[in-house]
Design a protein around this ligand. Structure first.
Ligand SMILES: Cc1cc2nc3c(=O)[nH]c(=O)nc-3n(C[C@H](O)[C@H](O)[C@H](O)COP(=O)(O)OP(=O)(O)OC[C@H]3O[C@@H](n4cnc5c(N)ncnc54)[C@H](O)[C@@H]3O)c2cc1C
Length: 461
């Protein structure tokens, strides 16, 4: 192994091959601290050629590879196992902007650029890269692609799958796949880049991507609204889409329990929009006053609304967004919970919530359900905890809680992973709920592309 470590170091330079325990520590535990590993080493390559050389050496020595971006996925997808025989390849030094094509509305970046850096590079060119997540300062484009990340503007712009035009990928034998196209139309066979989007690093290592750019919106109108039920929330979504079409950019939903939790840590500072708060944002390329007036007019005549605040300044807009963005951190402060990032068709959200809440309350009386998220695209955080101090024994019930939640999700033709991926956390559940033909197809693809099984083993494929 010492010889192998030296040969790996010769590829990236000794300073960029970490093997001491304190050096590898930031790379071996997942974001939530649930999974811990012990890698052979952590390599920090700075070019596609270095990544390819690392992968060729690993393939020759039958060493498994764990690709890692910002390590913000919350299901152990980027965490090595405890064998001491897996190489973590962390992409943060592979972080250059390769090209911006404003008329072609495309940007080409290396996989280790953070999402925030890509947004900034787009803004510097007078454009918008619309993917937006609370983890954008840390997560990287490679990780965003590998998890098919979504976020706060999926309703208008789609997930990474819709935003990716081309990819450069190092395959498990070290071959570099150059599918770095910026074409919008290409009918010359299968779109092979799609294989690597959402694959959580199990088919290859993404080294660069060409992504779609959009014009910067010149106008935004933002409101926090209160509605009386989940049914009314979805009726409001439909009404907003009818009125504003794709100018509806964000439609987030937060239950009263979420607002009480925020209030616990910011007493007296959280305005309540009960029982359901909706964060709605429109964006457009016209004059700001025109959009604001149109929204104001719509709000004045809208059915179902109990209350609402329309932001009149950037400071007010930030304050409304802050309530939504504080949710993840506030939950973390409040202790452990059994987390789900499920997705159901948005029209099924009311029925899912009513049925699943009732089933959980029957099985675990007094359970606290924190439901919030990207209701416009059906992706909800649905997090379960007990009110007893310290959440004692909470995780003993994790399988029973998950079984209830996923049963209801799949009854509504939903998914158990609409945001954070599958990773180590949900593989056995995927095997239970995913269509067997789809799973068999995925496994054949894995065998065809990675016959040695060296790409991110121990995860769901
Ligand atoms: C506060 C918070 C808010 C979040 N909000 C959202 C949200 O709104 N929407 C959403 O979709 N997600 C969200 N996430 C989850 C997470 O940020 C995303 O999954 C993100 O896309 C992961 O990127 P990363 O660079 O951190 O990837 P990592 O966590 O490092 O890796 C994730 C997976 O991708 C693989 N991978 C990483 N880089 C590469 C590469 N270059 N090539 C191949 N495989 C690779 C890893 O092996 C792993 O399987 C949130 C997370 C946090 C902590």
């Amino acid at each position: 192994m010492t010889d192998l470590v030296s040969r790996l170091a010769a590829i990236v330079g000794a300073a960029n091959l970490l093997s001491a325990e304190h050096d590898v520590a930031p790379f071996v535990t997942d974001y939530r601290g649930r999974y811990h590993g012990r890698p052979l080493a952590v390599a920090l390559p700075a070019s596609t050629a270095e990544v390819a050389a690392l992968v060729r050496l690993c393939a020759a020595e039958n060493i498994a590879i764990v690709p890692q971006g910002g390590n913000t996925s919350t299901c152990g997808a980027a965490t090595p196992d405890g064998s001491g025989r897996q190489l973590v390849i962390a992409l943060r030094r592979l972080n250059r902007l390769r090209a911006v094509d404003v008329p072609g509305r495309a940007i080409t970046v290396e996989a280790g650029m953070t999402l925030a850096a890509v947004q900034q590079a787009a803004a510097d060119a007078g454009c918008l890269f619309p993917l937006s997540l609370a983890s954008e300062g840390s997560c990287q484009i490679g990780g965003n692609l590998a998890t098919n990340a979504g976020g706060l503007a999926v309703l208008r712009y789609g997930t990474m799958r819709e935003l990716a035009l081309g990819l450069e990928v190092v395959l498990p034998d070290g071959t570099v796949l150059d599918a770095l196209s910026s074409l919008r139309k290409d009918t010359s066979g299968l779109d092979v880049k799609q294989l690597f989007i959402g694959a959580e690093g199990q088919l290859g290592l993404i080294t660069a991507a060409t992504l779609k750019l959009y014009p910067q919106p010149s106008a935004r109108a933002t409101a926090m609204l209160a509605v009386g039920s989940a049914e009314q929330a979805i009726a409001t979504l439909t009404a907003l889409q009818d009125a504003f079409g794709d100018r509806l950019t964000t439609f987030e939903m937060m239950s009263e329990a979420c607002q009480r939790l925020l209030d616990k840590y910011q007493p007296g500072k959280v305005p309540f929009f009960s029982p359901w708060a909706l964060l709605v944002e429109l964006s457009d390329s016209g004059a700001p006053a025109t959009l604001q007036a149109a929204f104001e007019n719509w709000l004045a005549h809208a059915a179902n609304l109990l209350d609402g605040v329309l932001a009149h300044s950037e400071a007010e807009r930030t304050r409304l967004w802050q309530l939504r963005e504080d949710m993840s951190e506030t939950q973390k402060r409040d202790g452990a919970s059994i987390k789900h990032d499920i997705g159901v068709p948005s029209s099924a959200i009311p029925a899912f919530l009513a049925e699943c809440d009732a089933a959980l309350q029957a099985a675990f009386p007094g359970v606290r359900i924190i439901a919030f998220g990207h209701a416009g695209d059906g992706n909800l955080h649905y997090n379960i905890s007990y009110t007893r101090p310290g959440n004692a024994a909470l995780f003993d019930d994790e399988d029973a809680v998950n079984a209830i939640v996923y049963e209801h999700v799949y009854r509504h033709r939903g998914t158990l992973a609409a945001e954070h991926g599958v990773g180590q956390l949900k593989g056995h559940w995927l095997a239970r709920y995913k269509d067997p033909a789809a799973l068999a197809l995925m496994r054949s693809v894995k065998r065809a592309i990675d016959p040695q099984g060296i790409m991110n083993p121990g995860k769901w494929l």
